[in-house]
Design a protein around this ligand. Structure first.
Ligand SMILES: Nc1nc2c(c(=O)[nH]1)N[C@H]1C(S)=C(S)[C@@H](COP(=O)(O)O)O[C@H]1N2
Ligand SMILES: [Mo]
Length: 212
């Protein structure tokens, strides 16, 4: 099914039958823009990406260094806590599990959680196993082009459901930080921006863990 030939409702029923529509969600054809605050500007000369906390080595990447990291392509179903789901979205970016497998990032054994930090003090926390699974990406491209400023250019944390695959921990979209600037590996969990504002810490889409 391509989304142009069918009505929104037909596509939604199809996804429900396939078991891909989580409880309480409706299908949307376009990708909404949602965030707190304003859209930051990107300056490649001053931009950096930091990795710190429970890691063997603290790292700082320039934009030039970061752009040279190997990228992969993945397709994800995105589910927003406000009730919309956008299916089959195509992304490109850096896989955290690849960076760890390559030994570029070396989490300590006691690293259990990861905090994403973005521009303007936005943050989002996740268990390390979610960050290292196939449904989490440090995304640079959406639908074949660099992510637009509204959606997180030049880099965002992104988490979604892999179409037709259960068994990953699937969480709402707020668990991926747009305009991402760093990752802190942590022994103990801490709430991020929306989690402190009352959203559910775990955010499992199949259990409808929206608010705490
Ligand atoms: N930096 C930052 N990232 C953020 C947010 C935010 O407020 N600031 N909001 C989150 C929420 S609540 C959602 S639903 C998604 C929306 O992503 P989109 O605008 O690309 O659809 O971004 C997430 N990442
Ligand atoms: Mo959201």
């Amino acid at each position: 099914m391509t989304s142009s030939q069918f009505s929104r409702k037909e596509l939604e029923n199809h996804m429900r039958q396939k078991g891909r529509l989580p409880p309480g969600q409706i299908l949307t054809k376009r990708l909404p823009i949602l965030h707190y605050g304003s859209v930051p500007t990107f300056d490649p000369a001053s931009w950096d990406f930091r990795v710190w906390g429970e890691v063997e080595e603290t790292l700082t990447f320039t934009w030039e260094e970061f752009s040279r990291l190997p990228r992969i392509k993945i397709t994800l179903d995105l589910h927003c806590v406000t009730g919309w789901s956008k299916f089959n979205t195509a992304w490109e970016g850096i896989s955290m599990s690849t960076l760890v497998e390559n030994g570029l990032i070396k989490p300590k054994p006691r690293a259990n959680y990861v905090m994403q930090y973005a521009e303007y003090d936005f943050s989002a926390n996740l268990p390390i196993d979610v960050v290292l699974s196939n449904n989490f990406l440090l995304a640079t491209h959406y639908e074949g082009a660099p992510i637009t400023p509204d959606h997180g250019y030049p880099l965002r944390g992104l988490v979604g459901a892999i179409p037709g695959q259960k068994g990953h921990k699937d969480v709402y979209l707020w668990k991926g930080a747009k305009w991402l600037r760093g990752l802190e590996f942590m022994k103990q969990d801490r709430p991020g921006f929306w989690e402190r504002a009352g959203y559910h810490n775990e955010a499992d889409i199949w259990k409808e863990q929206r608010l705490a």
